[in-house]
Design a binder for this molecule. Structure first.
Ligand SMILES: Cc1cc2nc3c(=O)[nH]c(=O)nc-3n(C[C@H](O)[C@H](O)[C@H](O)COP(=O)(O)O)c2cc1C
Length: 415
């Protein structure tokens, strides 16, 4: 295929690995500590089985829905990633691809492109913030995003500054100058296609965070921004309520894995939550998000839109998450591999793969719409689903009785 088209997300990842300098690729793989969570996020989807039908299928299938009041052509959103130097067009290319495929762009405040350019490329942009800097800084950044046209805010609160990876962290320079260029040369020169992309734009990756720029000052470097964040006292639930109030519009709380936290998110008036463990980049040993989704959806799904992110690599993963109570999913690495492999076209390619796989599952399960997907058509091993932080959960006796009922059971009957 001369036009760079690829068949699966796995192939996009192989191409990303070949094309990117080692440290840039390493930054995308990410993960923390032993890599348990990052691995389990993807592996967990393999443990859930479909029970498809052979007749009675629907010729027309509707994959569209809305997320936080925004119509999307199918329920897969771009999750915010603060990744620099993957492609010269960076988040603008991702935003264009999402717009071309009728879905929402999540923009990280640690991203390499200004929110104004990204919202222009995709009017359905959600701006993501961390709890970092002073309250004035936060208000100023939110005001800027709102003025740029961002339609919603994502507050990501799960980060706990866990660092260190058994396989080693890539070296990422503070900024790229002659000295760092020489140090990076051995890994960049064998990747001429990546280098050429940047040379064509006449710019080296500048590794700054333009959305955190102070008034009249320069955009902080990625590490400068990280330093500010580490030095900011972590938020209380009252602070989260304050943030929600300052934003005013549609508000997503990202990083929830516990039922009690999901309930607090409802209390502060969140429009949506994302069941997320930061793609396994944060506290290692947090369970795969798909394992905690049904309990959370059951507890708060009537009060808040429940999304999931973590480990989604194919359309069938999307179908499983929707069947277990998610309104939509967000993807991280999948589109980053696509961006690295083939720019905007690569991200569109990834979205097409996920759409196609989701449609196949909706067809096979005999549904005419994503809204009809439900847990009755899924099977998972006993004990697979976890209810973290649930004071109203099953008692020990009931749990024991359930565990004794066999190896695999239909999920719907048990929820
Ligand atoms: C390299 C990388 C950078 C990320 N940066 C951010 C970020 O800046 N803000 C944020 O909310 N989440 C960030 N995330 C987490 C993603 O939004 C998302 O939760 C995660 O990637 C989902 O898992 P997946 O990559 O398996 O799809 C990042 C993830 C990766 C892999």
């Amino acid at each position: 295929m001369g036009n760079g088209w690829f068949e699966t997300v796995a192939e996009a990842q192989r191409r990303a690995r070949r094309r990117l300098p080692r440290s840039v690729y390493g930054a995308l793989v990410a993960g923390s500590e032993r890599g348990i969570t990052v691995r389990q996020n993807t592996d967990a989807f393999s443990q859930i089985a479909f029970a498809p039908h052979v007749a009675g299928h629907h010729a027309e299938r509707d994959l569209s829905t809305t997320v936080m009041g925004i119509p999307v052509s199918f329920p897969v959103l771009i999750s915010p990633t603060g990744v620099q130097a993957v492609h010269p067009d960076g988040e603008v290319a991702v935003a264009r691809a999402a717009a071309a495929r009728g879905t929402i762009m999540g923009l990280s405040s640690f991203a390499s492109k200004p929110v104004e350019e990204v919202a222009e490329a995709n009017p359905d942009t959600l701006f993501q913030v961390y709890w970092t800097g002073s309250r004035e800084d936060m208000v100023r950044r939110m005001d800027r995003a709102r003025a740029a046209g961002a339609k919603g805010l994502i507050a990501t609160l799960d980060w706990s500054f866990s660092n260190g990876r058994d396989w080693g962290s890539p070296w990422i320079p503070e900024r790229i100058d002659l000295k760092t260029a020489v140090r990076l040369a051995p890994q960049v020169l064998p990747r001429p296609a990546w280098l050429l992309d940047f040379l064509r734009t006449g710019a080296v990756p500048d590794l700054t965070t333009p959305n955190l720029e102070p008034p009249g000052g320069k955009a902080p470097t990625f590490f400068g921004a990280y330093g500010e964040w580490m030095g900011t006292p972590p938020p209380s639930w009252e602070d989260v309520a304050w943030l929600r109030e300052q934003w005013g519009g549609p508000f997503m709380l990202k990083g929830i894995t516990r039922i009690d936290d999901a309930r607090r998110a409802v209390d502060v008036g969140a429009t949506a939550i994302s069941v997320s463990n930061h793609g396994g980049n944060n506290l290692d040993s947090t369970p795969a998000t798909i394992r905690v989704l049904p309990g959370i959806a059951e507890a708060v799904g009537d009060h808040v839109e429940v999304l999931l992110d973590g480990g989604v690599r194919r359309g069938s993963d999307v179908a499983k998450a929707l069947s277990l109570g998610a309104r939509a999913v967000m993807i991280g690495r999948a589109y980053l591999w696509g961006l690295a492999a083939n720019g905007q076209g690569g991200v569109e390619n990834v979205l097409d793969i996920l759409r196609g796989g989701l449609d196949s599952a909706v067809l096979g399960l005999g549904k005419s719409s994503v809204h009809e997907l439900n847990a009755d058509d899924l099977y998972a091993p006993d004990g697979f689903f976890l209810r973290l932080g649930d004071d109203k959960g099953l008692g020990d006796d009931e749990r024991g009785a359930e565990a004794a009922t066999g190896t695999t059971s239909a999920i719907g009957a048990r929820r």
